[in-house]
Design a binder for this molecule. Structure first.
Ligand SMILES: Nc1ncnc2c1ncn2[C@@H]1O[C@H](COP(=O)(O)OP(=O)(O)OP(=O)(O)O)[C@@H](O)[C@H]1O
Ligand SMILES: [Mg+2]
Length: 339
């Protein structure tokens, strides 16, 4: 991997970037703040995230990546360009880029990613499927004729795949992941306690209180918001059991996606997966009690990858060694897949 090579995990919630041999050098929210009067970018990443919900009307704070794909071309181009400038300030040579995309993506969606990378000034662009990048990032040898299963739970998508011989054999991508769980928490607080809470509070509650395996009534967390009845600040002590109820449906949908991929997989590979276990990556892998719940419900061993949030980005970095087996997204629009 040359010093100028850049690997990007273009996530719905976070963008993680690797450069040269330096590993992950940046992991920031995929948010951009833009002044609509002057048409200038004000901030990207953490600084822009801080502005969410606090911006005047002429400043647009947006997430240009939704459910793992680009939803606003211009903003995505500007955001990617700013991030590349952050990590590649003094380089004269244009970088080569590997960008990871969900395992299920249309040609138009992948074209948008390649265009964004080109407009950010890259010399050559490769696309890699998210499950492949995550496996490489977790240090698993996927070149053998052995099945490995991965579940990447991000902000916008849960990507479940079985990989063997460098390729995705069976996969299923759903749009129920971290953000959907946050929204369920917001709905629950609104319906049950008439308490209005924001996205960031809901995410905090999820991270602090989630227990999907053996939730307890006595473990609680104080949730602060605004009472819908009085219009004034209010707080509620929420228990693990209540949180479990609030997010039960979303957890079930994710569990069913895993079950579906197991059901669709060729039997030989299912055997391998019972031996190897299942690998969890992405921020959602850290949901309290999730691995134990999978073991209890599906009967397969399950491990959270080391540094789960950065696994995909690390994999894109390592994939530069394998560019001979990656198709160049620059030329062959329909063939950006890993060979
Ligand atoms: N400790 C934690 N427990 C539960 N969820 C967490 C934890 N830490 C982060 N998350 C959640 O993980 C999600 C972000 O994960 P990640 O950075 O892997 O997503 P992404 O790559 O941006 O999204 P996607 O892959 O869907 O495009 C957010 O929903 C966040 O709330
Ligand atoms: Mg991701």
């Amino acid at each position: 991997m040359a010093n100028t090579d850049i690997g990007i995990d273009l996530g719905t919630s976070n963008i993680a970037i690797t450069t040269g041999g330096r590993g992950v050098v940046l992991n920031e929210p995929s948010v951009i703040a833009y002044n609509t009067r002057t048409e200038r970018v004000l901030a990207v990443g953490k600084a822009a995230y801080e502005m969410i919900g606090r911006n005047p009307e002429y400043i647009c704070v947006a997430r240009p990546i939704i459910n793992g794909v680009i939803s606003d071309d211009d903003l995505a181009h500007s955001m990617i360009r700013e991030f590349i400038l952050k990590v590649n300030k003094h380089q004269l040579v244009k970088p080569r880029l590997i960008i990871c995309v969900p395992s299920f993506i249309t040609d138009i969606q992948s074209r948008a990613v390649v265009d964004a990378a080109k407009s950010a000034g890259s010399r050559q662009v490769f696309l890699i499927q998210q499950p492949i990048a995550a496996m490489i990032g977790a240090g698993i040898n996927i070149s053998k004729a052995k099945g490995h299963m991965i579940v990447d739970i991000g902000g916008g998508t849960t990507d479940v795949a079985i990989v063997s011989m460098n390729g995705v054999v069976t996969s299923h991508t759903i749009q129920t992941a971290g953000n959907a769980i946050d929204r369920a928490i917001i709905r629950y607080m609104q319906n049950k306690y008439k308490l209005l809470i924001g996205e960031r509070t809901a995410e905090r509650v999820k991270i602090e209180l989630c227990n999907l395996y053996d939730p307890n009534d006595e473990v609680t967390y104080t949730v602060k918001g605004r009472s819908l009845l009085k219009g004034l600040p209010a707080q509620v002590d929420l228990s693990e059991i209540e949180l479990f109820k609030a997010i039960e449906d979303e957890t079930f949908i994710i569990m069913e996606a895993i079950r579906k991929v197991l059901e669709d997989a060729p039997p030989e590979l299912v055997g391998d997966i019972y031996d190897n276990g299942l690998l969890l990556t992405g921020g959602g892998a850290l949901l309290g009690g999730f691995t134990k719940l999978i073991k209890r419900t599906l009967g397969i061993r399950c491990v959270v990858a080391k540094d789960a949030i950065n696994c995909v980005a690390k994999g894109t970095g390592k994939a530069f060694k394998n560019t001979a087996t990656l198709l160049d997204g620059f030329e062959a629009v329909t063939l950006y897949k890993y060979r």
